[in-house]
Design a protein around this ligand. Structure first.
Ligand code: GLV
Ligand code: MN
Ligand code: MN
Length: 413
């Protein structure tokens, strides 16, 4: 069989994505399938069932990462690995993460029905808790697997209701017995929606990121003094929410102030006791700083820390900061990125060399083996929202590029 002419079944890929979108479907057309939730469990159960239909060897490790391995002709060769994540943001979209898992599944189904054997084994993977929005930080499944994060530390992370990560992993029956620990991998591919506006703006179908920006996450805790809002004069208040408000604007102004290529965001806030007639005495908020330039992101944090301290002192609200997570910018393997661009063009799609502003498990896996990603356009550049969307024909195009990339790598001796 001429492998170069092999194509995935776009309709079948669409139907897998539509089936998965039922788990945690939201009224606004998105999904809410937070890590280790009931919806995540249902998606995992169906995924495992689909893996069984392909006679893959299924392994679930003690981080809940799910692997399905297809043998190669030469079992002594390291596998080609491909996958992404199935958890979502709260009120997230139907494509983020799941496209890379279903895209890889579609590739394996295509190989299976055509009885195609490859030299190397192929492993499909669903990484646990990529989003980090229920349990911070993000990418913990791949982080522990690669040795970048400590499993014990991740197990103790809690959600907003103080539920422990490990307890929730056990509750959904996905704490496997195999330790999450890296093994030799020949190459890793991750297929994903772009989650930004560039491909659409440039009129391109396939994006090949040269890598992923750095991600720095911080948690800020402020303590003020609660009091009855009516009788308490404005002067002398220690209003933790007002201190937070000033700090949040400082974060928003930071990229412009530094003039570099950087984004900075406060996306989450909790205010206590959260009553309209009590002066807030406790606030927690998050800071997310990203750049291709790690040094610039660190410099930004130094500046903002000084601003935070000054605001906290002026308002009499003691501040506590947790430096929750740092991932360096991750430049992908140049040859593998080039391979994605070449395959894209060979298949007749327009391509673009770009940067990923979103975080992905590929960032960690890139530390242990050559890695590349395949992006397809996000309609109107919207993602992490219910209206997140990508044309079905683009989903198919990206999966065809993934198919050819996997075939090439899996036939390398
Ligand atoms: C992951 O979804 C991110 O925060 O970029
Ligand atoms: Mn994702
Ligand atoms: Mn995401």
């Amino acid at each position: 069989m001429n492998l170069a002419s092999l194509r995935v079944n776009g309709k079948r890929l669409q139907s897998s994505l539509e089936e998965m979108a039922k788990f945690g479907a939201t009224p606004g057309g998105g999904v809410q399938r937070m890590a280790l939730s009931e919806e995540d469990k249902k998606a995992r159960d169906l995924f495992v069932m689909w893996l069984k239909e392909l006679d893959l060897k299924i392994t679930i490790d003690d981080m809940g990462n799910i692997f399905g391995s297809r043998p190669g002709k030469n079992r002594s060769l390291s596998p080609v690995m491909s996958g992404s994540h199935m958890d979502s943001q709260p009120k997230g979209g139907r494509f983020d993460g799941i496209l890379g898992v279903m895209g890889t599944l579609e590739v394996l189904r295509t190989l299976h029905e055509n009885n195609i054997e490859t030299e190397r084994p192929i492993t499909i993977v669903d990484w646990t808790n990529e989003e980090g929005s229920r349990f911070a930080p993000a990418m913990v499944g791949s982080g522990v697997w690669t040795g970048a994060l400590d499993r014990g530390w991740v197990y103790e992370r809690t959600d907003i209701d103080s539920k422990r990560f490990e307890d929730e992993l056990i509750r959904i029956s996905y704490q496997g017995s195999v330790p999450a620990k890296k093994r030799p991998v020949h190459v890793y591919y991750e297929y994903h929606i772009e989650q930004g506006p560039i491909l659409e703006k440039e009129g391109k179908t396939i994006g090949a990121p040269k890598g992923i920006v750095c991600l720095h996450w911080y948690d800020v805790y402020l303590h003020g003094e609660a009091n009855q809002v009516g009788p308490t004069p404005m002067a002398g208040r220690h209003d933790a929410l007002c201190a937070a408000a000033e700090m949040i604007l400082k974060v928003n102004e930071l990229p412009k102030r530094l003039g570099g290529n950087m984004v900075a965001t406060v996306g989450e806030i909790q205010n206590y006791p959260n009553s309209r007639n009590i002066i807030p005495d406790r606030v927690h908020f998050t800071v997310d700083i990203r750049s291709w330039d790690d040094g610039l992101a660190l410099k930004a944090w130094e500046i903002i820390r000084k601003d935070f301290d000054a605001i906290a002192t002026r308002r009499g609200c003691p501040i506590k900061i947790e430096e929750t997570w740092k991932v360096e910018h991750s430049p992908f393997d140049v040859n593998l990125v080039q391979r994605i661009l070449v395959i894209g063009e060979q298949l007749g799609y327009s391509t673009l060399h770009m940067v990923s502003g979103a975080g992905h498990d590929a960032s960690y896996i890139n530390r242990i083996c050559p890695t590349a990603m395949i992006f397809v356009p996000s309609i109107s550049g919207r993602s992490h929202v219910e209206v997140e969307n990508t044309k079905w024909e683009d989903c198919e195009a990206g999966a065809n590029v993934l198919l050819q990339a996997i075939l090439q790598s899996a036939n390398e001796k």
